[in-house]
Design a protein around this ligand. Structure first.
Ligand code: ADP
Ligand code: MG
Length: 368
């Protein structure tokens, strides 16, 4: 019997850049999913989760015929099926999943489950799969089996995250850089507790607008394959012919990529003030140029910005609700929580959930 742990994550900066082949900067957090695996002599996978009541049985010889059924087990089964489809031979096993990562709160409980399950299945079947491939297989499971159009960020940082480090990822090349997050800083996630229904249609619309932008710039600059390839100078020179709204969408993505690079430099210099400033600029850009914020997110950021010990605050995740990420000095965290929770409740009549996190290590075998 062995156990694998894989963490949730929060994105510090670099929003809506992943599908533009750009840069993101998440950190793995100290909330994890755990999968304990015990070998079986037969060809069955038995999967249980502490967080749900039922137990799922999968015949490994029949697994590739399975399809998602909108059930929690789609994620672990998707991982098993994707490993098999990639040519890996799995052995029968009993899997027990439990997780501290709150579900659907923007901390990527799904990638935590996928990665812990993938590591457990690989070890149980004596497979050596490198971490990059594991990340890609877990993403594929979520894209193709579960049917969620997600980027590589969550799975990647769940595998490559390190203690007291943020991870800047180039979503095109999958090159990455680990950057120091001082021990005195907490990554505080504030959940607005709203999720406006707009999200998926608006997401598709933003993607289409980015593609329209790429088409426009490629006419002038043949090397442009994604907005990642367009500089702020190019935007000035060639962007004027674009419809206003497309221009603004492009400006967000292009400036956000530049902000991630600047944020990485700031962390390398231990310059948290500068990092916080870039977080604030990111929020404004997401609010005004990309138009994916929500009143509740703006209220939460505004409340946080005035509080002692706060370096920066911005919405994190796709937008239209969900969470903010706040970089807060550990000595001021208690006061921060109290002040923001009270202010938010007064302004919205909603009780926020607040998770105080630290940048933590990626997936590993562990004692439970
Ligand atoms: P998140 O932002 O938390 O990743 P998702 O909707 O992407 O939200 O993923 C949540 C889904 O992941 C759950 O509905 C469930 O199917 C699966 N999941 C998360 N945690 C667990 C768990 N502990 N046990 C089983 N399934 C889980
Ligand atoms: Mg998810």
């Amino acid at each position: 019997m062995i156990t694998f742990r894989a963490p949730g994550r929060v994105n510090l900066i670099g929003e809506h850049t992943d599908y533009n082949a750009g840069f993101v900067m998440p950190a793995a957090i100290n909330l994890s999913a755990y999968t304990t695996i015990t070998p079986r002599d037969d060809r069955q996978l038995i999967i249980r989760s502490d967080n749900f009541e039922d137990e799922i049985e999968v015949d490994l010889d029949d697994a590739t015929n399975l399809a998602a059924r909108n059930h929690w087990s789609d994620y672990p089964i998707g991982v098993a099926v994707t490993l098999i489809r990639a040519g890996y031979q799995l052995r029968g096993a009993h899997l027990e999943i439990k997780s501290e990562v709150p579900m659907g709160s923007g901390l990527s409980s799904s990638a935590a489950v996928e990665v812990s399950v993938a590591c457990a299945l690989a070890a149980n079947s004596d497979l050596t799969i490198d971490r990059k491939e594991l990340a890609l297989l877990c993403q594929k499971a979520e894209n193709e089996f579960v049917g969620a159009r997600v980027g590589i960020m969550d799975q990647f940082v769940a595998l490559f995250g390190e203690e007291r480090r943020a991870l800047m990822l180039d979503c095109r090349s999958l090159e990455y850089k680990l950057l120091p997050v001082p021990e005195s800083v907490r990554l505080v996630v504030c959940n607005t507790m709203v999720n406006h229904a707009l999200a998926s249609s608006a997401y598709n619309e933003r993607r289409a607008q980015c593609e329209a932008g790429v088409k426009h710039f490629a006419k002038h600059l043949p090397h442009v394959k994604a907005l990642r390839d367009v500089t702020l100078q190019d935007l000035e020179t060639y962007g004027r012919g674009l419809p206003e709204v497309i221009y603004c969408r492009c400006r967000h993505v292009i400036s956000e990529n530049a902000r991630v690079l600047a944020a990485a430099e700031a962390l390398e210099r231990h310059d948290l003030q500068r990092f916080g400033q870039l977080m604030a600029e990111s929020h404004v850009s997401l609010r005004d140029d990309y138009e994916v914020s929500a009143r509740e997110l703006d209220v939460m950021v505004e409340l946080a910005t005035g509080v002692a010990g706060v370096y920066g605050s911005r919405m994190t995740g796709g937008g239209f609700g969900g969470c903010t990420i706040n970089l807060v000095d550990s000595e001021h965290v208690e006061n921060f929580q109290r002040t923001v929770a009270e202010g938010y409740e007064q302004a919205t009549k909603l009780k926020p959930e607040i998770y105080v996190c630290e940048a933590s290590k990626g997936a590993e075998q562990t004692d439970i």
